[in-house]
Design a binder for this molecule. Structure first.
Ligand SMILES: [Zn+2]
Length: 133
């Protein structure tokens, strides 16, 4: 089992999450957007200093189904660079899609996204958030 958080918008809650995790001696992985890392250096650095894993959550949190391959690569690599700069560390080889992948052909069939969100620290993987409305 892995406990993960996304950090995409602002630094609200970072210190609270760290305090709770430290109090219970629980490790976690935080998936940062590149924008979060670039704009919230102290928060990103705090996560790393506390010993938590850092994963890649894209640079600007786009819907990947709308991106070209070069745009998608730019999102991933841009986030990687920003995370390295902000934390001084290399992110884990985990990528979490910012939104649930949308099928190319519209489908209304419900999907069990939770089954796709677990990850092992030993193997690279991609995860995604639950779809938002
Ligand atoms: Zn997100």
């Amino acid at each position: 089992m892995a406990l993960t958080f996304d950090a995409a918008w602002d630094g609200t809650g970072v210190e609270t999450a760290l305090t709770v995790l430290r109090g219970r001696n629980v490790p976690a992985t935080f998936f940062l957007t590149g924008r979060f890392a670039a704009e919230r250096h102290p928060g990103a650095a705090l996560l790393t200093a506390a010993g938590h894993g850092i994963g890649n959550h894209s640079y600007s949190h786009p819907q990947f189904a709308d991106l070209t391959r070069p745009e998608a690569e730019q999102e991933i690599m841009g986030a990687d660079r920003a995370i390295r700069r902000a934390t001084g560390t290399v992110p884990l080889p985990f990528f979490r899609f910012p939104t649930a992948p949308r099928p190319r052909r519209a489908s209304r069939r419900p999907t069990n996204w939770a089954s796709r969100t677990s990850s092992s620290p030993l193997t690279p993987t991609a995860t995604s958030e639950r779809p938002t409305v």
